[in-house]
Structure formats: structure tokens, C-alpha cells
Design a protein around this ligand. Structure first.
Ligand code: AMP
Ligand code: ZN
Length: 465
């Protein structure tokens, strides 16, 4: 499998540190509000990478943090008149609601900055001992020039960084490019005691500390949105490698922006939709599908049209899945026909195309195209009146396998709604006893719920409108 590594700016063959195992860290949300569709992009993308690595047989340890203390959390707490930890708790809970809706699996660990203050203090102390950090007025800063290789991830020479950097009012940095590891407590703000007095951690250090605690000094993959490349990830490298003297992460993966009207969707620009709002209009599944319909390093535009397109494509996929499910019960008994056996012979080709796309830097757009080739093929075979249950089972197994890897398509338990099934059975019963008025009444009742019945040679099928 090849992955595009921001560090080398090349697609590289993926080789894990330990055979069969992958250690992955992805920067998670700052929990001061519902997350927006832009934030959802890395969460969905790196969930897909993790699932695919697992499909390939790796045992993946995946860490995604919660930034539960920073200015934004404190501001929200002040605005709402609650404690900062109430804000964090609330939006961590809300994160899980949306993440589950979007089909994002829980990480192996979801550590929080405030639960790792000891690990944070520990790494800052190491940096201080090594001359890479210094205290100034209760703050602690990282001495960027003292770390050889500062700028290597974002490919910026140090002098260029220097010209773009400023010292803000109240900061006592030696050099504008230095960055805060620890911030002295301000009146009324939450703080923790440390060797440098009361204070709270800077943002960048939490990821270095938690990555080391949960995964060790060197990890396989570190990921996040492209906006994190500089300064956040550049600083993480400086902190982690400065402290350990070892490479921090072998592969650095960054997703491109999700835009709206060609501008990055962001809280600060105010041009955002929360996942919660968008899910009410389009459904969580369509949001996930939309996100995967483009390669993660290409910018993607959020619009009503693109979401409607995703929803329509997903409906085609769900209809194929549900049709095959129906036929596994209602298709002809007995052996497959010659054509069906030939059709099964093509399954490997679709699986190979799917995997070739995923192996090429997680090209989910092409992987979805391979799924749709299979869908078209299976729809054609399954349109025969004589289609066997055996073929339906075989086709369904491959389709569910590929859909499962990237987490798209309705699952069996979602489509099997026992109440609907029982109403359909009652309608069949009414028809058998020639009680057509009752049969029509049930059909209309189902229609009101958005359930459309279709009489086919294999029996009654239903789908959602
Ligand atoms: P934040 O909570 O702002 O730290 O962001 C969480 C994640 O969302 C980070 O990996 C960001 O890089 C990513 N992110 C934020 N906005 C966008 C966007 N418009 N498109 C893609 N990724 C984004
Ligand atoms: Zn981070």
C-alpha cells in the first residue's frame, strides 16, 4: 500500500515498524461546540484508513484526542455561565453522537488533555533539561532554532518562518518563532500546578505527550487536516523528537479542505454547517458517502447539489444491497446457472480494483467506482426471473465486504424492520383471502410511512421512498 507522506512529499510504500501492527494518531476535535462538516472530513477519512488497515490484517492501535482545555473552551464556558469541564463533557458526548451517526468507529483510546497533565509536564521538563525549552514569566516556550529540522514537515526554511512570526503582547519569547508549551495561569481561568507555577498546557504539547503515553516514542502514522501541518504538526515533531531523539512519526497524512463557495469551511469564517444540522437534511450516511466520493487530498465542495448526488448514489447502492438480501430468501432454490457462475468469476476483479484504489493512497473515489461496477453487474444478473438464492448470497457477500471496509451502505439490521415485515405479511394474508380492501389499506398505511411495496416474481419487496 502506498501513502502520500507530507514529510517527503512523495507517495511511499507503507511499511509498519512492527510487522502486522500499526500505531496511528489523529488530532481530534476541540470540544467547545458541535463539530462541523469540515471537521468531519479527517474523522471520516482516517476512520477509513484504520478500517482498511484492519481489513488488510493489521492490528491497529488508534488514538484520537479531545482538546478539552483551551481559549475556545474557556470562552464558551464563560458565555454559558458553566465550568469549562461542563462544556468539554457536553461536547464530547455530542461528538460521540455524531461520530456514531457517521459510522466512525471509536478509537482505541480517546485521551483528553486534562487527564494527561502529568505526561505533559513530564515531556516539557525533559525539553527544558535538554535546553530546548525555557521558562519566561511563568510561561514555558520551545526554543525552535535549537531543534535542527524545524520546518521539515511544512518544507519551510527557518528564515522564512522567522519573517512570518510575531511576538504577541504579554509574551516573553526569546525569538518570534518560539511557541508556548505551558501558559501561566490568568485570573479566573482553570490551572494546574507545575514546576513553573500554576498554569495550563499549550495546545501542541498535548499531542506529543498523549502520543508518547499511548503509543510510544515512534509511531507509524500521524494525521489531521492540512491546516494542522503548520504550526501544529511541525511543533509536535520538534517537541517529540527533541525529547526522544528519535523519529516521531514515519508517515504524515493530511486531508485537503472541505470548502463552501471555494473557501475553507471554518468556525472563524462563520461559513459552517454542523454535522448535526446537515444530518437532519441529508442523513448521516449521505454525508459520509459524499466525503468518500473524493480523494482525501483533493479539496471538496459542500453544496446542496453535491449532497443530493451523494444521497442518490447511496440510494442506488442500498437498493442493490436490499434487493440481494431479499433474493437470498426468495430467489430460486438449487444450483447457480452457468451465467451466474460466470458472474461470480468476476467478483475477484471488482475486489482487486477496489483494493488497488485503496492501496493507491486511499483513493476512496475509485474504490467506490469499483463497488458500483459490482452493483451494475449484480443488478443485471439479479434482474433475471430465475435468479438463484445461491447467486444472491454470493454477490451480497462481496458487496457487503467491500461496503463494510469503507463503512457505506445500509446494513442488514438497518433494512430489516420487523414491524414493516409483519405489515407486509398481513397484507399478503389479506390478498390470499381476497380481502383486497384490507390489502390496499395496509399498502396505503405503509406508503404514508414512506414504504413502497413492489410485487415481483419472487414475492413482495419493499423499499423506502
Ligand atoms: P479543530 O477542532 O478545529 O482542531 O479541527 C479538527 C480537525 O478538523 C483538524 O484535523 C482540522 O485540520 C480539521 N478541519 C477543520 N476544518 C476543516 C475543513 N474545512 N476541511 C477539512 N478539514 C478541516
Ligand atoms: Zn495534534
Amino acid at each position: 500500500m502506498k501513502l502520500y507522506n507530507t514529510l517527503s512529499r512523495k507517495k511511499e510504500e507503507f511499511v509498519s515498524i512492527e510487522p502486522g501492527k500499526v500505531k496511528m494518531y489523529s488530532c481530534g476535535p476541540t470540544v467547545y461546540d458541535y463539530f462541523h462538516i469540515g471537521n468531519a472530513r479527517p474523522f471520516i477519512m482516517f476512520d477509513v484508513l484504520r478500517r482498511y488497515l484492519e481489513y488488510k490484517g493489521y492490528e491497529v492501535t488508534f488514538v484520537q484526542n479531545f482538546t478539552d482545555i483551551d481559549d475556545k473552551v474557556i470562552n464558551r464556558a464563560n458565555k454559558d455561565g458553566v465550568g469549562f469541564s461542563d462544556v468539554a463533557e457536553r461536547f464530547i458526548r455530542e461528538y460521540y453522537v455524531d461520530a456514531e451517526g457517521l459510522g466512525i468507529k471509536k478509537a482505541t483510546y480517546h485521551p483528553r488533555a486534562t487527564e494527561n497533565i502529568d505526561a505533559i509536564i513530564d515531556i516539557i521538563s525533559t525539553l527544558e533539561k535538554k535546553g530546548l525549552a525555557y521558562e519566561a514569566g511563568g510561561d514555558v516556550y520551545f526554543r525552535a532554532r535549537a531543534f535542527e529540522g524545524y520546518g521539515k514537515l511544512s518544507h519551510q526554511p527557518i528564515d522564512e518562518l522567522e519573517s512570518g512570526a510575531r511576538i504577541a503582547v504579554g509574551e516573553q519569547k526569546e525569538d518570534p518563532i518560539d511557541f508556548a508549551l505551558w501558559k501561566a495561569a490568568k485570573p479566573g481561568e482553570p490551572s494546574w500546578s507545575s514546576p513553573w507555577g500554576e498554569g495550563r498546557p499549550g495546545w501542541h504539547i498535548e499531542c506529543s505527550a498523549m502520543s508518547r503515553r499511548y503509543l510510544g516514542e515512534t509511531i507509524d502514522i500521524h494525521s489531521g487536516g492540512i491546516d494542522l501541518c503548520f504550526p501544529h504538526h511541525e511543533n509536535e515533531i520538534a517537541q517529540s523528537e527533541g525529547a526522544s531523539g528519535k523519529p516521531f512519526a514515519h508517515y504524515w497524512l493530511h486531508n485537503a479542505f472541505l470548502n463552501i463557495d471555494n473557501r475553507k469551511m471554518s468556525k472563524s469564517l462563520g461559513n459552517f454547517f454542523t454535522v448535526r444540522e446537515a444530518a437532519k437534511t441529508y442523513g448521516y450516511d449521505a454525508i459520509r458517502f459524499f466525503m468518500l466520493s473524493a480523494h482525501y487530498r483533493s479539496p471538496i465542495n459542500y453544496s446542496q447539489e453535491s449532497l443530493e448526488q451523494a444521497r442518490a448514489a447511496l440510494a442506488r447502492l442500498n437498493s442493490a444491497l436490499n434487493n440481494l438480501r431479499f433474493l437470498t430468501e426468495n430467489g430460486a432454490a438449487g444450483d447457480m446457472t452457468t451465467e451466474e457462475r460466470e458472474a461470480c468469476g468476476r467478483f475477484d476483479k471488482y475486489r482487486e480494483e477496489f483494493c488497488a484504489a485503496m492501496d493507491d493512497d486511499i483513493n476512496t473515489a475509485d474504490a467506490i467506482a469499483a463497488i458500483f461496477e459490482l452493483v451494475r453487474d449484480a443488478n443485471t444478473v439479479a434482474s433475471s426471473e430465475a435468479v438463484t438464492a445461491a447467486y444472491a448470497k454470493a454477490a451480497l457477500a462481496v458487496l457487503e465486504e467491500l461496503c463494510g471496509i469503507i463503512g457505506v451502505g445500509e446494513k442488514a439490521e438497518q433494512s430489516l424492520d420487523s414491524e414493516i415485515e409483519s405489515l407486509i405479511e398481513q397484507r399478503q394474508e389479506a390478498r390470499r383471502s381476497k380481502n383486497f380492501a384490507e390489502a390496499d389499506r395496509i399498502r396505503d398505511m405503509l406508503k404514508e410511512q414512506g414504504i413502497i411495496l413492489e410485487d415481483t416474481p419472487q414475492g413482495v419487496k419493499w423499499h423506502k421512498e
